[in-house]
Design a protein around this ligand. Sequence first.
Ligand code: COA
Length: 260
Amino acid sequence: MSYQNILVEKRDRIAVLTVNRPQVLNALNAATLEEIGAAIRELGEDDGVGVVIVTGAGEKAFVAGADIAELAAMTAISARRTSLRGQEIFASIENLGKPVIAAVNGYALGGGCELALACTMRVASEKAKIGLPEVTLGIIPGYAGTQRLARLVGKGRAFEIMLTGKPVDAAEAHRIGLVNRVVPAEELMSACTAIANLILANGPIAVRFALDSVNHGLETTLEEGSRLEATFFGLISATEDMHEGLNAFLEKRKPVFKNR
Ligand code: COA
């Protein structure tokens, strides 16, 4: 598929999705959001892709938010529809069944922060600034930022970020667990690729079940989440990859997983 506002490159089972509107700091207009949704669907169905890295074009921004020019024309009905659609697309990232790593190369504000939050993990460049400045515009986050930020860093820290509207720098984002690690800007993509390669060496079905177990289990009680884990644990024993992984250890060799 060809896209106008994003770039998708695939190499060695890693796909890099770059939001490519650097002239507006990669702001997410509706067309860009739809293209992200379509690309995520396509990458989800592509068995040749095991990990997705999401980043922004240019030196300055990951994504500087929803496109404010479009927001200015919203009505109550269209705003709700926009919010629900963005939430649906970001949920498709969270539930892709493959890890999605946000390579946060600069400003990740508003919808950009929410995009990073929907990813499986976040690696930030030292230049990153992450925040939810919506209240400074008289609006609130609409792509599930109020929910995911509070779940990730806790209510108190999330409130400070979303009520002051002040972004945090990379070091602070790391301190509060908003990003997994911080690296120099020039090492950002290689750091993300290194994490992706560690994951790609593992059983792909196991990776998928672990993702699903955490994502779905955390939204229920500990007891229900644990039962879900046990069901996945049972299910995985029916896979060829489980036998391969365990036998390879016992035979002191590297496993060759087949996604079966
Ligand atoms: N929507 C639409 N356009 C945006 C945008 C957004 N979210 N963020 C930046 N842009 C545009 C600017 O309007 C500017 O366009 P222009 O060159 O035609 O004037 C261009 O991108 C560059 O941005 P600029 O503001 O000049 O860069 P800066 O380095 O001075 O400031 C930011 C960078 C990120 C601090 C600033 O752009 C900003 O505050 N953006 C909005 C962030 C926001 O509130 N996001 C949440 C939206 S819900």
